[in-house]
Design a protein. Structure first.
Length: 313
């Protein structure tokens, strides 16, 4: 049996439903929702049950990891003690595809009675949930991707997409940066690069140091002995230039004799460098853009204190 057609049809059906949801989105409503959430002093708490609850958990997790304080409360469990987690400074995002889920409506009533900001996502703009929330986003779909039009498929995908759109819109509203993302993801690769400084990976042993009075043979030996493919020229305790083995190879391909080539003529005095406090993400970008493998590390007085290699980042 060939299952490909059924498989691809799910994608097409869900894309069609998502486009249908997009066509119903009102610009003013969305602008008001993002502004209202941005003004909330507390947390954006997400609540729902069933498949809507599972999607709600993902939305809350996305919000929390992108700079909006958030967590999930199961609508049924809310009335067994979890309501104490909600304050007047918070806002509630309530999810119910029908908009008539009893436990979700109970949470809505509690919020309205306590003057807590509410926004909701449902597939029925005339539902009890939609009408009685401060803000509502219509998630009405054409049909579920399920062949029986029963299992939540298109509706949950569209709801998840709305949650992502809210989270990303809030990120931009708050000018959420990579460094902020890293703070919430310190265990990831990006977090490591953004939160780790040059001082954590800097090498200080066997530094290839030369001066302008050295002959080229000695410079080559210094570069070769260090294994870094580069040498740093020091003058009066300051880094004044760099030279690579590639610079030397290109020089000796000219008509000049080896003895005539002076180090001063080969030095790159407009070199890239790093500071101890530079983060690894910044340094990696500099090295990628300039095709650099080894970068000198200096202090505020231009004194050479170490080096970093691209492969260590």
């Amino acid at each position: 049996m060939n299952h490909y057609s059924n498989f691809v049809t799910v994608f097409k059906d869900e894309i069609e439903s998502i486009n249908h949801v997009i066509s119903q989105i009102d610009e003013r409503n969305i602008n008001n929702i993002i502004d209202a959430i941005s003004a909330v002093k507390g947390k954006l708490i997400v609540s729902g049950i069933g498949k809507s609850g599972l999607i709600g958990k993902k939305i809350a997790a996305t919000l929390a990891s992108t700079g909006t304080q958030s967590f999930f409360i199961h609508s049924t469990e809310a009335f067994h003690g979890d309501l104490g987690m909600i304050s007047n400074h918070d806002a509630l995002l309530l999810i119910s595809h029908s908009g008539e889920t009893d436990d979700v409506l109970k949470v809505l009533d509690y919020c309205n009675n306590n003057e807590i900001l509410t926004l909701s996502i449902s597939g029925n703009s005339k539902s009890t949930l939609a009408i009685n929330s401060n803000f509502h986003i219509n998630c009405n779909i054409i049909n579920e991707a399920c062949s029986l039009n029963l299992a939540p498929t298109s509706s949950t995908t569209a709801t998840l997409l709305i949650g992502d759109a809210i989270a990303v819109s809030l990120m931009k509203a708050k000018s959420f940066k990579e460094i902020d993302f890293a703070k919430y993801h310190p265990g990831g690769r990006l977090g490591k690069r953004l939160l780790t400084s040059v001082s954590d990976i800097m090498r200080i042993d066997n530094m290839p140091i030369v001066n302008e009075s050295m002959d080229l043979f000695k410079v080559i030996f210094t570069i070769s002995d260090s294994g870094y493919g580069i040498a740093f020229c020091i003058d009066e305790d300051k880094l004044v230039g760099v030279i690579t083995d590639g610079d030397i190879r290109r020089a000796i391909k000219t008509d000049l004799s080896f003895e005539e080539v002076k180090l001063s003529s080969l030095l790159n005095k407009d070199f890239k460098y790093a500071y101890l406090e530079s983060n690894l993400q910044e340094i990696k970008l500099v090295m990628q853009e300039n095709k650099i493998i080894t970068l000198p590390v200096i202090n505020s007085d231009s004194k050479l204190i170490g080096l970093v290699q691209y492969y260590d980042i």
